[in-house]
Structure formats: structure tokens, C-alpha cells
Design a protein around this ligand. Structure first.
Ligand code: SAH
Ligand code: MG
Length: 211
């Protein structure tokens, strides 16, 4: 099994597939364990690396994962088979925006086209269970989001940085989610869906003032 992981990592380097960093993977695995996550929707399978790593946490975990690139999707099918995780990982081929996903999830993992994160969030967040979480990868965009001077970067890079900043702001402004950005891998956003009562607790109008 670990031989497969090594093989996938090598394939990713050779074919420039942006798979998640090792510390990002261990963050996900610990998160799944700690929060008793039972099912996951992943946007952006690539070759199935993150899905397989997550499925390894426990046999009862169910994962639905979407990929629009046919070659990567085929590779993911192959890898899931070798990993013997077909009963846990359900791969869907197509553009996430065209696909109607049925079901409810404890965790939605967004790791696809970075410029589309707001739209992914809007489309899939209704599928989240109460007390669910949305995790988004690449919040730093290779460190560029935090770089002060982008004058030497290309127009495309600057546009992408702007899009990620917009997404960050979008997350911060959501009243029914609490977002934390972790300095892990390329930056991971963890957005926790708040219950009605905890939203009330966050409203200063409901605070008790002790004098
Ligand atoms: N989660 C993977 C890496 C995903 S890389 C891992 O860590 O192992 C991002 C992937 O998202 C790419 O393969 C890309 O083809 C896919 N993608 C981007 N936009 C998409 C969309 N709208 N629908 C489905 N897949 C998308
Ligand atoms: Mg990523």
C-alpha cells in the first residue's frame, strides 16, 4: 500500500499533478479522526492521492470525489483499485459545476480550480451536515498571497492572488461559518458550520455584559 503512495507521489512530480503536501495530508487525516468524520465530498480528485490517504484513516469512511480531467480520472480509478478502496471511494468524472451530487457530508474538501472557490463553496455547502466542515487547500498560492510586492509577478498571477484574497474575505464574512486559516502546506482554510445557537452566541447583542 505504501508502495502505491510512493508511486503516486512520483507520478505527480513527473506529470506536474498538484497533489497535497505531506503535512496537509496528515492534517486531514488527524482532522477526520478527531472529528469523527463519516463521509467526505472532495472536489478535485486528480489521481486519487488525497482520497486514498483519507480513506486509509478508517474503513467505514465514505468518500465521493469529482475530477474533470479524463486522464487523471482514469489514473485515479486505477490507483483506487490497487489500493483496494473501491468500496470507500466513489469517483465521478466531470466538471463539478455540471454534476448533481446526492447525499450529505460531514466534510467537503475543496481542492480544484483555485479561482472558482467561491462558486464551489456556494454550490456544495448546502450538502453539508449540521456541524459540518469545509476545508479549502491552497490559500497561500505558493506563498504569493502573503507577498507584499507583486510587481514582478505576471498579470495572471496577480489576478489569481486577488481571487484567493476575495475567497478569504468571502469566508470571513459568512455569518454561519467560522473560518481559520492554518499555516500548513500551501495554506488550509477550515470553515466550521455553526449551529443556530452558536451564531446567536457570536452576536454582541446577545452578550451578557458583566459590570
Ligand atoms: N486533491 C488532489 C489534488 C487535486 S489537484 C490531491 O491532493 O491528491 C486539482 C484537480 O482539480 C485537478 O486535477 C483539476 O483537473 C481538478 N479540477 C479543477 N477544476 C475542476 C472542476 N470544476 N471540476 C472537477 N475537477 C476540477
Ligand atoms: Mg491543492
Amino acid at each position: 500500500m505504501d508502495e502505491l503512495i510512493d508511486k503516486m507521489k512520483k507520478y505527480a512530480v513527473e506529470n506536474k499533478v498538484p497533489i497535497m503536501s505531506e503535512d496537509g495530508i496528515s492534517f486531514l487525516q488527524q482532522f477526520i479522526k478527531k472529528n469523527n468524520i463519516k463521509n467526505i465530498l472532495e472536489i478535485g480528485t486528480a489521481i486519487g492521492y488525497s482520497a486514498i490517504c483519507m480513506a486509509k484513516v478508517k474503513d467505514s469512511l465514505q468518500i465521493v470525489s469529482i475530477e474533470r480531467d479524463e486522464i487523471r480520472y482514469q489514473k485515479a480509478i486505477e490507483n483506487v483499485k490497487v489500493a483496494k478502496k473501491e468500496e470507500q471511494i466513489h469517483l465521478i468524472y466531470g466538471d463539478a459545476f455540471d454534476i448533481e451530487v446526492k447525499g450529505n457530508f460531514d466534510l467537503i474538501f475543496i481542492d480544484a480550480a483555485k479561482a472558482q472557490n467561491i462558486r464551489f463553496f456556494q454550490k456544495f455547502s448546502p450538502l453539508l451536515n449540521e456541524h459540518g466542515y469545509i476545508i479549502t487547500d491552497n490559500m497561500y498560492f505558493h506563498g504569493l498571497v502573503e507577498k507584499e510586492d507583486l510587481a514582478n509577478e505576471s498579470k495572471n498571477v496577480r489576478k489569481m492572488v486577488q481571487k484567493i484574497q476575495n475567497y478569504h474575505q468571502f469566508l470571513n464574512e459568512l455569518k454561519n461559518y467560522r473560518t481559520t486559516i492554518y499555516r500548513i502546506g500551501d495554506g488550509i482554510a477550515l470553515s466550521e458550520k455553526l449551529s443556530e445557537t452558536s451564531i446567536d452566541e457570536l452576536n454582541p447583542k446577545n452578550w451578557t455584559v458583566y459590570k
